[in-house]
Design a protein. Sequence first.
Length: 226
Amino acid sequence: MRELESLGNRIVRCRNCPRLTAHCRAVAADPPKRYRGQTYWVRPLSGFGDPAARIVIVGLAPAANGGNRTGRFFTGDRSGDWLYAALYRAGLASQEESTSRDDGMILFHTFITAAVRCAPPGNKPTPEELSNCRPFLRREFELLGQARVYVALGSLAFDALKKILRERHSDLRFPPFAHGLRIPLPDRRHIVCSYHPSQQNTFTGRLTRPMFEKIFASAKELAGLA
């Protein structure tokens, strides 16, 4: 617990990506009308959840007016509405809405993190920015020693996850990303892949609520929580 907190403090102080820092500040300086008057977090985000998690959810990056505003992954945006509602229905979250860092949300057996800790322009981090953040994700994985299932939200999160896991197992080969894909790992852990709950996927029907809820039912089964 203390080591995760120490890591979180290091993450929040990071300023290794000038483009991301500038973008986060620019968004906060000229937010949408619905958020005007609110104080934005405008710092990198650390992971959030149960230090003894058996399920680790990996996203791509905070949303410009979500995590960049609230200071917590998937909090205060439409993607978070989908994620926390699905976690709540799976018995992995204490409530189905997450609006702020102080809303009382508790995750059960679950930890949420991301490949990149600051909101990138157009949701597209550069390879260098992904590389700068990778040590943070690697260290979280080391500290989350009870994790049994990694849920990758989107193909870019899957790519980041693969890079970390190949550091442990250099001979690993992965199939192409696909929603619902379950990949066994040599150490009796698993990866479960899901489309990201972005509006691009949820508004078009590419990702439905039953599809998304099935991901976490699968993760619970593989983690021995079902």
